[in-house]
Design a protein around this ligand. Structure first.
Ligand code: SF4
Ligand code: SF4
Length: 451
């Protein structure tokens, strides 16, 4: 069986999350961590007692690996403290107590005429918006488009160098996991921001070809279909994949399947093989920011799980606590056994509902005991080989887990633990309920610490 042909096709029951849009009311308070992804923390430019407006910068980016932090509600700075974050790590944060008025800061009117902007002007707008990419390792969109550290140089674009000439811009309307639905939902909408986001990315990447990736299990998205029809050069195409097959939407899998190029794992990136790959949510958020000049202050996530009363595609202000989001969708229908931020397969378990919604989040799931594999009391590996049969990157997860559990990180590295894409397929099928991904993350962390 070849590379990336494995994985799991999930039954319908696993993809039940509805796509009903739900807008969460303005929260009374938001808490905004200074670090909005794994990069550098921003530096506060406000103090307790200051009044702020929506969209106002409240912490500045000290370097290229930090993002500016914007107020997401209007009100008063009530604390400069710490909060637990998406990853479960405590982080300095700014808390705003709202005034309920939702007053926006007056921002300069941008031009959304992409042709009229130089790439530098466009990049400055991308940088100012503070957008991040989605995926396992989110980075600022501006860094992703124009990386600072470049191992090799193939092209000069407007006086600056990029790693590899990008010939293909892929925009996926599929979600990273079958239970997530934001991209599938956005594919059913029609927004002026999408063509603007596409025009900006085409200009910044230099791609000649645009490929939309859609889920064949959903109705053909009208706006994407119209964009394909309107392109007289026939360089815009649409491809349907099976969104129930997991991890079909993983960049390495998609690119291998559609353009027959292999991203060099473990540290490879789509641009290393000439592809720029973004999801619909990122492209629309970029188009919104370029059209309005306003930074994104909300995040769309999928809320679901058997312990949630009403699931759907929730739009909430960044910094809203998980508890406030759950309350706003009607609360729990029963006691949850596990709360996960992100998708059920790759997300982070949380025990504290004060954790704020951040840009990294794709979902919020409150799962019942029947929906989860409790790893307490996991058993010995019985060498059944099921994990091997599903691993999309051809690892031997059972054996790897033994090395990781015994702290034999050298052997785990030799056996390819760093190429694990943390898809969770092995966890899902393991009859001994071994916490395989947890062990691989632990080993990767230790190997990174060792340098
Ligand atoms: S070893 Fe990694 S890549 Fe392979 S199935 Fe498990 S989580 Fe996925
Ligand atoms: S699926 Fe579980 S029990 Fe079977 S080989 Fe893999 S780790 Fe061992």
């Amino acid at each position: 069986m070849g590379l990336f042909t494995r994985g799991i096709t999930f039954p319908k029951a696993f993809t039940t999350t509805g796509l009903t849009p739900i807008d969460i009311p303005l929260p009374r308070q938001v808490t905004l961590p200074l670090r909005q992804y794994m990069g550098e923390a921003a530096e506060p430019s406000v103090k307790v007692g200051d009044t702020v407006k929506v969209g106002q910068i409240i912490a500045t980016a000290p370097g290229p690996h930090a993002l500016p932090l914007h107020a997401t509600i209007s009100g008063t700075i009530s604390a400069l403290d710490e909060t637990l974050t998406y990853t479960g790590i405590p982080m300095p944060a700014i808390t705003i107590t709202g005034d309920g008025k939702d007053t926006w800061k007056r921002l300069p009117k941008p031009t959304s005429d992409i042709d009229a902007l130089s790439t530098d002007e466009l990049m400055a707008q991308v940088d100012a918006a503070g957008l991040i990419t989605t995926g396992m390792f989110p980075v600022p969109l501006a860094r992703d488009l124009m990386p600072l550290e470049q191992p090799k140089t193939h092209l000069t674009l407007d006086g600056r160098t990029v790693v590899q000439r990008i010939d293909t811009l892929m925009i996926t309307a599929c979600d990273p996991e079958p239970a997530l639905g934001v991209n599938r939902f956005l594919a059913t909408t029609n927004t002026e921001s999408l063509p603007i986001g596409i025009a900006a990315l085409t200009k910044l990447t230099g791609a000649d070809e645009i490929r939309f990736i859609v889920d064949k299990n959903t109705a053909p998205p009208a706006q994407l279909t119209a964009l394909v029809a309107a392109d007289e050069t026939e360089r815009t195409t649409i491809t349907a994949i099976n969104g129930k097959h997991y991890p079909a939407a993983h960049p390495a899998v998609l690119i291998k399947a559609l353009v027959h190029r292999e991203i060099p794992l473990p540290y490879g990136h789509p641009r290393d093989v000439g592809v720029a790959l973004y999801d619909l949510a990122t492209v629309i958020a970029l188009g919104d920011a370029l059209t309005t000049g306003r930074p994104p202050v909300t995040q769309q996530i999928t809320v679901g799980g058997g312990a949630i009363k009403t699931g759907g595609i929730v739009t909430a202000r960044l910094g809203t606590s998980l508890g406030d989001i759950i309350e706003a969708v009607g609360g729990f229908s029963r006691d949850p056994a596990k709360i996960i931020m992100g998708g059920p397969l790759t997300g982070m378990a949380h025990y504290d509902l004060s954790v704020p919604l951040s840009k990294e989040a794709t979902g919020l799931f409150a799962l019942t005991e029947e929906e989860i594999t409790l790893t307490q009391g996991y058993r010995q590996c019985i060498n059944c080989g099921r994990c091997v049969a599903v691993c999309p990157v051809n690892l031997v997860p059972g054996m790897l887990s033994l090395y990781c559990a015994k702290d034999r990180f050298d052997r785990a590295e030799q056996q390819g633990v760093l190429t694990c894409i943390e898809c969770g397929c092995c966890d899902y099928v393991c009859p001994s309920r071994r916490p395989l991904v947890h062990l691989f993350r632990y080993a990767k962390h230790q190997l990174m610490e060792e340098g």
